[in-house]
Design a protein around this ligand. Structure first.
Ligand code: GDP
Ligand code: IMO
Ligand code: MG
Length: 425
């Protein structure tokens, strides 16, 4: 029982990067288990900011090894750029960073199709246009290209030729032109060579780590409400973001998972399309966006902002089997006077404690109003010292969703954290 999952409990961007960076010193290995460069995980140390899209958020801790698991989809150029940026900072990633040879490769036409579909639909889903959907489609259709293939040009070209045939009618319908198998092979063989030192048997590393009784952090991407099975389908990403996805995505058995920690903002944000019951399309929403700097870490898009949705969070506690919550961005709420939290939805006169499987756009949130606090929180290191109204806010979260709050984050920097304890303790 040596693994702890860190999972997004809302619609992504909850602060998973910050929390994984806080927990990493307690772990020997950090494994990213799902998603691709659609993710943007921000670390702030001593005021200096770093955004990671593919590399695990434990990378700044030189004694911690990092693995990008088979459940992810890799854009090799993004991966290379990220390793180079870390090397420029004086951080040596070689020997302590491995990307699974089984992870699927995001190909140029995945990004093209993603973009053309978004254009045709008028941005209905509002994807990140990073090719995530088409890449996972290829994986499930059993015609994908995997990271290991980048090291074998002949195998790569023959897989690409078959793969491109499947996309040709789709591209033609969307008015796009596909690259040739030869062109992609040339470009991706070069990328494969540049990444040779990183592509490896991630499963063997995870297995050895378990056998050595090491502590493993499993880092999720996106969030529960964006999960393909548990989220607001079809306004979701194309992978299993939930804690359960960590087993298949990292190659670890459920019997090794000690606990699952859900990361949630003290309010709610969502970027892209889809239902968002507690959304504030008014001055208050803009205040949250300004105070919380709510602009996407990957695409720079303004994030939609709203009150804390405890119905969605209750669902996250259930489907991830959360043992604990980490609440982030509590400091942002001090810009508001009175605060609201959504404790239930109403649909056709019925009170709902959990999100319905469809028609989420038709629900009316039932709110409870709580006192705010007019005080900067960044200096606090213990929940017990917080203003009484902030403590009450956390208490209400625990009571409503039935899960205890552990870490409370009160600012973007690593230092701005209350009640940090060893997650394996
Ligand atoms: P992730 O995708 O879950 O890792 O989250 P992102 O990095 O996309 O977005 C979270 C944003 O909030 C980043 O800009 C973080 O630096 C910032 N952040 C994290 N925790 C806090 C906090 O407690 N307070 C404030 N003000 N900002 C925070
Ligand atoms: P992190 O890991 C927030 C959203 C997109 C879009 C939907 C589908 O930083 O929390 P996709 O490109 O995955 O096909 O887009 O999912 N989305 C995210 N929103 N944080 C993320 O990742 C996201 N990854 C995808 O905006 O609505
Ligand atoms: Mg993010």
């Amino acid at each position: 029982m040596s693994a702890v999952v860190v999972v997004g409990a809302q619609w992504g961007d909850e602060g998973k990067g910050k929390v994984v960076d806080l927990y990493a010193p307690y772990a020997e290995l950090v494994v990213r288990y799902a998603g691709g460069a659609n993710a943007g995980h921000t670390l702030v140390v001593g005021g200096e900011k770093l955004i990671l899209h593919l590399i695990p958020s434990g990378i700044l801790h030189e004694q911690t090894n990092c693995v990008v698991g088979q459940g992810t989809v890799i854009d090799p150029a993004v991966f290379l750029k990220e390793t180079e940026a870390l090397n420029v900072r004086g951080l040596d990633t070689r020997g302590r960073l491995v990307v699974s040879q089984r992870a699927h490769v995001v190909l140029p036409h995945h990004k093209l199709i993603d973009e053309l579909r978004e254009k045709r639909s008028g941005g209905a889903i509002g994807t990140t246009k990073r090719g995530i959907g088409p890449c996972y489609e290829d994986k499930v259709a059993r015609r994908g290209v995997r990271m290991g293939d980048l090291l074998n040009p002949e195998r790569l070209q023959s897989k690409l030729a078959a793969n491109l045939e499947c996309w040709r009618p789709v591209a033609e319908d969307l008015g796009g032109t596909l690259p040739t198998a030869e062109e992609i092979t040339a470009q991706y063989t070069d990328l494969g060579e540049a990444l040779r030192a990183y592509i490896g048997d991630a499963a063997a590393i995870v297995r050895a780590s378990i056998q050595a009784n090491e502590k493993i952090l499993l880092e999720g991407a996106q969030g529960t409400m964006l999960d393909i099975d548990n989220g607001t389908y079809p306004f979701v990403t194309s992978s299993n973001a939930v804690a359960g996805g960590a087993c298949a995505g990292a190659g670890i058995g459920p019997t090794h998972i000690k606990s699952a920690i859900g990361i949630a903002k003290a309010y709610t944000t969502r970027v892209g399309g889809g239902p968002f019951p507690t959304e504030l399309e008014d001055e208050t929403g803009q205040q949250l966006r300004d105070a919380g700097a709510e602009y996407g870490s990957t695409t720079g898009r303004p994030r939609r902002c709203g009150w804390l949705d405890l119905v969605a969070l209750r669902h996250a506690v259930a489907v991830n089997g959360l043992n604990e919550l980490a609440i982030t961005k509590l400091d942002v709420l001090n810009v508001l006077g009175e605060l609201k939290v959504c404790v239930a939805y109403e649909l056709d006169g019925e009170r709902l404690e959990y999100p319905p499987y469809e028609r989420i756009e038709d629900v009316t949130p039932i709110y409870e109003t709580l006192d705010g606090w007019d005080e900067e929180l960044a200096k606090y290191r213990s929940r017990a010292d917080l203003p009484a109204a902030a403590q009450r806010y956390l208490d209400r979260i625990e009571e409503e969703v039935g899960c205890r709050v552990g870490v409370v984050s009160v600012g973007p920097d690593r230092e701005d954290t209350a009640d940090l304890v060893d997650p394996f303790g």
